[in-house]
Ligand binder design. Structure first.
Ligand SMILES: [Zn+2]
Length: 168
């Protein structure tokens, strides 16, 4: 049996390729009973990995094979996963709650036109923020991490959003 942190890394890195057994193990490692509902919700989240789905998206994904599961159950299950740290919540424009299976430190690029959310991770930016806040005092607050959401509009709807460092 792998330990919790190893399973979390497996969960994040190979979310799309998890077997039912690995999903069961991940739930148990997070202290959750591996019920049928939790398994199918986590399977749907795994299939939608990278798209930062809403509860509705997850519900639509699992519904054809699981017609008895309600949207309310999906909401409740996603909230349980968030509380145990298996998922993280991402709030997009308009306040719609979305879920992120990548729980490692990273930031987002959000397109207000297409509602796409793309992950990005930049050690340089993280170091810059750490330096910035080490030179300032935030009263009555302990900083535990950084996450930036860059908001804008996709210029070509047919192309993917990507971030590239331009050398100067
Ligand atoms: Zn993300």
């Amino acid at each position: 049996m792998r330990n919790y942190s190893q399973l979390r890394i497996i969960l994040i890195c190979s979310m799309q390729h998890l077997t039912r057994d690995e999903i069961r193990q991940s739930l148990t490692a997070c202290g959750l009973k591996a019920t049928h509902q939790r398994i199918v919700v986590l399977e749907a989240v795994a299939e939608l990995h990278g798209s930062h789905p809403t509860a509705e998206d997850v519900f639509q994904r699992l519904r054809p094979a699981n017609p008895t599961i309600s949207l309310g159950t999906v909401y409740k299950t996603l909230d349980t996963f968030t509380e145990t740290g298996m998922l993280r919540r991402v709030v997009s424009e308009g306040g719609s709650k979305r879920y992120d299976s990548n729980t490692m430190t990273h930031s987002h690029i959000y397109c207000s036109k297409t509602k796409e959310i793309v992950d990005f991770e930049d050690k340089e930016l993280e170091q810059l923020l750490i330096r910035f806040f080490s030179e300032r005092q935030v009263d009555n607050f302990e900083i535990k991490g950084f996450s930036i959401q860059v908001t804008g509009c996709k210029l070509d709807p047919d192309k993917k959003i990507s971030i590239t460092k331009v050398s100067k």
